[in-house]
Design a protein around this ligand. Sequence first.
Ligand SMILES: C[S@@+](CC[C@H](N)C(=O)[O-])C[C@H]1O[C@@H](n2cnc3c(N)ncnc32)[C@H](O)[C@@H]1O
Length: 192
Amino acid sequence: MMNKSFLNNIPKNKKLVVELGIGDGNLIKSLSEKNHDYYFIGIEIQEEYFNKAKYNIKSPNVMLLNFSYEDVLPLFEDESIYKIISVLPDPKYIDKHYREKWEIFYKIAYKKLLKKGLFILITEITDELFQPVSNNYFYKEVDNLKQIFQSIGFIVLNDFEGYQENYMTSLLQIFNGDPKRIRIINFEFTKN
Ligand SMILES: C[S@@+](CC[C@H](N)C(=O)[O-])C[C@H]1O[C@@H](n2cnc3c(N)ncnc32)[C@H](O)[C@@H]1O
């Protein structure tokens, strides 16, 4: 079971960034090496990925947790996280069919975010039959997601399609090879 003691290890003088589902940890590795004024917490449930990330990341400003982010996120103080990053969340945390379940989780994320904090969400839009995704379908799905996150309280700062170097991950590199069938939407949300 997860308990709150990990919170004591977070330096008070650094901005806190939390990445949900880090996979092999490539992104948090490069971010933590570039941004020494920030403290990074990466959460990954799969042991194999977690171990890989642990092995690869040596930066002192990183803490990795081998737990479910559903169990970890509620433990933070409200309005304590400067930035939450989620790149390619599993369908059960973003797919419209599971909305009722995941919406509750993002309401918690919203509570934990500082005012003016950022939530970076990068997710894929694919066709149910895995055909090329039309613009029509793409924008409909994007609007749908936008509305859900707005109804939680998030404010949309930015949304755009494609790959951005700042938040590249191992899986995004792979998806990059199939841009017609896997279209990537980037959201930058904030909170007032
Ligand atoms: C599709 S992968 C994306 C990984 C990475 N962000 C990337 O882009 O390469 C989703 C990741 O989230 C992890 N994950 C899924 N549910 C989780 C949970 N409840 N808590 C922590 N990690 C979770 C999975 O194990 C997997 O590594």
